[in-house]
Design a protein around this ligand. Sequence first.
Ligand SMILES: [Fe+2]
Ligand SMILES: [Fe+2]
Length: 332
Amino acid sequence: MYTTELKDKNQKSAPVTTVAEDPAKLAAFEARVAADDFIEPKDWMPEAYRKTLVRQISQHAHSEVVGMLPEGNWITRAPSLRRKAVLLAKVQDEGGHGLYLYAAAETLGTSRDEMIEALHTGRAKYSTIFNYPTLTWADIGAIGWLVDGAAIMNQVPLQRTSYGPYARAMVRICKEESFHQRQGYEIMMALAGGSPEQKRMAQNALDRWWWPSLMMFGPPDENSPNTAQSVRWRIKRETNDEIRQRFVDVTVPQAEAIGLKVPDPALTWNEARGSYDFGPIDWEEFYAVVRGEGLVAKERMKARVEAWEKGAWVREAANAHAAKRAHRAAAE
Ligand SMILES: [Fe+2]
Ligand SMILES: [Fe+2]
C-alpha cells in the first residue's frame, strides 16, 4: 500500500526551514541531490529534510500495516482455497512492506516504539483509503486493482527518491505491488465475466472505491504546500496531480476491457492533451477522513492496538532469545 504526505486541512503546514543550516553544507547537499546522488544515513542532511522523510516514511509504514486490516477481514471468507492462499500471501507482503519502511525510518534517528506510539495515539496519519469498509468479496478485487494500482503509480518514482534506504525499500515493494494489482484485477475480471449478480457486485465495488482511490494521491498541487520543497529535494519525484492523471489514464481502459463503468459522468478523452479529463474530487470528504471521520477509522485503530497488545509476548520472547544468544556469544 502507500501513502502520500497527509495533513489535516486546518493543520498548519510545518515550516520547512526552522533551523538555520550551515550554508556551505546546505549548498553541498543540494548539489548532490540535484546530481541524483543518494543521501545515506550517515551523510549530513538539513533538519527539515530529515523531518519530512521521517513523517513521510512512517506514514507510509503505517499505511502498509493498517492496510492489512480491510483485506485480513476477508481471508476466512475467500471463495476458494486458491483465492485464500493468494490473499494470505498478499496481506503478509503488506506486513513485510511495513517492516522495511519502519526500518528505513529508523535510520533517520526515530524508533519503532515512537512511531507505533504516534500511530496508536492518533498523532500519526495513514492513508485515508483504509478507513473505508470492505463490504463484499468484490471489494478485495477493487482494492488490489485500484488501491495497489495507485500505490504502484506513486511508488515507482520513489525508487529514485533521494534518500537511499527509502529508495531501496521501494524497489522490492514495487515488485510485490505489481503482483497485488494483478491479483485484484483478476478477481474483478472473474466477477465481471460471471453471473449478472457477480457483475453487479464488481460494478458496485468500483463505484465505491474509484473516488477514494483518486484521493490517495493527496490534495491537488495548489493545496499541497510542501510539494515544491519535496520535489526540489527529490523526496518526491512528481506532483500529486501528475501521478493522479497517470493513474486515471492507465485505469480507465482496464475498466472498459472488462465491461465496467468508471463512476464519473465527466470522464472524457481529451485528444489534445492525450489524457482523460475527469470530474471534480470531493475534497471535503477527503479532509473529513483525514480528520478521522472515516466509516471504520475507530475500528481500524482498535484492531491495531489490540494486535499490538496481544503481540507483547512475542516481542518479549524475541528479546529474551536475542539476549540469551548475545550472552552465549560473549561467553564463547
Ligand atoms: Fe500492496
Ligand atoms: Fe504494500
